[in-house]
Design a protein around this ligand. Structure first.
Ligand SMILES: CC(C)(COP(=O)(O)OP(=O)(O)OC[C@H]1O[C@@H](n2cnc3c(N)ncnc32)[C@H](O)[C@@H]1OP(=O)(O)O)[C@@H](O)C(=O)NCCC(=O)NCCS
Length: 161
């Protein structure tokens, strides 16, 4: 079952990060993020391991999704979508929009975000290294209590038209 993660989950977080994300944050950064009051960190534990995890920074009215990872042996079963939806459901009522960055070549993640109503707002050329890739900046309006948008839900959003 999905739940919030704490510093007690540090070892499992680092193991999953190593498997699913490669070099992302240092162990000290994971420790810090698990403790910060404005970082929301969730995951799907199974015994001493984590099958998935996601994190967001909550800054005033904005949530910035900074991490989403599913264990390689458990991908393609809906866990990424479930974990992302759970993270979004935990946002406080102050959050009015959500943003994130994704590699332009990460078609699976991009498909997942767009199917949840995120739209591409910008591109940062050559933002990522090893391999080099552009970052796409995605954005979605957040309505408290609503999580599972599908593509097209923002067609009438004035700021984007
Ligand atoms: C991106 C990631 C989190 C997706 O997790 P997942 O559990 O495999 O995804 P889901 O099973 O929930 O599927 C999400 C969508 O992607 C699609 N998808 C999943 N695997 C796919 C594949 N191999 N090829 C094409 N589409 C795929 C699914 O069809 C689904 O869309 P649908 O519901 O419209 O059919 C996972 O691949 C991962 O951890 N990748 C490495 C880390 C990463 O890239 N994180 C995102 C950084 S921004």
């Amino acid at each position: 079952m999905l739940r919030r993660l704490t510093s007690l989950d540090l070892e499992a977080v680092i193991r999953l990060a190593h498997l699913a994300l490669g070099k992302w944050w240092s162990p000290a950064q994971y420790q810090e993020e698990l403790q910060k009051s404005h970082t929301l960190f969730v995951g799907f534990p199974q015994e001493s391991a984590l099958l998935s995890m996601a994190a967001a920074w909550l800054i005033l009215d904005e949530a910035h999704i900074v991490l989403l990872a599913v264990h390689p042996a458990h991908r393609g079963k809906g866990l990424g979508r479930l974990t992302l939806n759970y993270l979004i459901q935990q946002f406080p009522p102050t959050i009015s929009h959500i943003t994130l960055e994704v590699r332009s070549q990460n078609s699976i993640a991009l498909h997942l975000y767009q199917s949840l109503g995120f739209v591409i707002l910008g591109r940062r050329p050559r933002y990522y290294q090893n391999p080099e890739d552009d970052a796409l900046i995605l954005w979605r309006r957040h309505e408290f209590g609503v999580s599972g948008f599908r593509t097209g839900d923002f067609r009438n959003t004035p700021e984007l038209s």
